[in-house]
Design a protein around this ligand. Structure first.
Ligand SMILES: C[S@@+](CC[C@H](N)C(=O)[O-])C[C@H]1O[C@@H](n2cnc3c(N)ncnc32)[C@H](O)[C@@H]1O
Length: 262
């Protein structure tokens, strides 16, 4: 099964998946990292830092007097993050922690990152309430994808809808994560005790011919989708990919919810 789970069983979180995803989105992620740098943080806590890709990007942009703390519950991911950080010249540490169970142990910071982490949190309202005190004098930055805002084509609408519906049913049964979590996230942020919330919807778009950095993420998304849909739909999707093997007539886009809370 092309599950893309990490060593503790979290879906869409293994190191190669995250790397492909990251490389595909470097221009958009760099632009967002520069926006965060304008907040002039002195201490950044990255919740669900995984293999440290966002911190690596921020390391290239933030002044050296900004401390980094990465937190994750997956030990193998943290080991990769630690080795990735070896060459950084700033104060950096990593903590193995279940951020939902042990939210009280999350260090305070003037910038806390919660990027694609909420789908794994069961009680989002309680979790956000516990974060408010940790970010009392700073900002919580949230980025959240949603399975329903990923679209690739061109293909007949009836086939797209069939694939989307089958994927929703298949992932909807997962007790491990929520592939469709943007609305729950939006509602929880709205209901939280944060006074100021700035929302954006960030578009990620690629039109063929695709650049080399994007193709592994694109193909990975297709393979992962094929694993979760019916045999007939998977066969359609595989053929659809084979029809345009040189990727000359394809588009892909997705939309992330991006929020800054203080
Ligand atoms: C999809 S990855 C996101 C990685 C990174 N933030 C990004 O945006 O690329 C989710 C990460 O959250 C971690 N995670 C999930 N639930 C967690 C929990 N309760 N406590 C700590 N880490 C958790 C997983 O181990 C995984 O590394």
């Amino acid at each position: 099964m092309y599950s893309e789970e990490n060593s503790s069983g979290k879906p869409l979180a293994n190191s190669s998946w995250l790397l492909n995803h990251h490389r595909a989105k470097i221009p958009e992620r760099t632009a967002f990292a520069k926006r965060l740098a304008k907040l002039q943080p002195k201490k950044i806590v990255d919740l669900g830092c995984a293999t440290g890709l966002w911190l690596e990007l921020l390391n290239e942009i933030l002044p050296l007097d900004c401390e980094f703390i990465g937190i994750d519950s997956d030990i193998e991911s943290l080991e990769i993050a630690i080795s990735r950080s070896k060459s950084w010249s700033r104060k950096t540490s990593f903590i193995k922690l279940d951020i939902e169970k042990d939210a009280a142990l999350i260090p305070s910071a003037d910038l806390t990152l919660a990027f694609n982490i909420f789908p794994y949190i069961n009680d989002l309202d309680t979790f956000l309430n516990s974060l408010v005190s940790k970010t009392a004098h700073g900002t919580l930055a949230v980025r959240q994808y949603d399975g329903a805002s990923i679209r690739f084509g061109p293909m007949p609408t009836t086939m797209r809808q069939k694939i989307e519906q089958e994927l929703q049913v298949a992932t909807g049964n997962s007790e491990k994560f929520r592939h469709y979590d943007l609305d729950r996230t939006f509602t929880a942020l709205q209901n939280s005790a944060y006074n100021n919330i700035e929302y954006n919807f960030e578009l990620f778009e690629r039109i063929s011919p695709f650049d080399q950095e994007f193709i592994p993420y694109y193909k990975g998304t297709m393979f992962w989708t094929c694993q979760h849909i019916s045999d007939a739909s998977a066969e359609f999707l595989s053929k659809w990919m084979d029809e345009d093997i040189y990727l000359k007539n394809r588009y892909f886009y997705e939309v992330d919810l991006v929020a800054l809370l203080s």
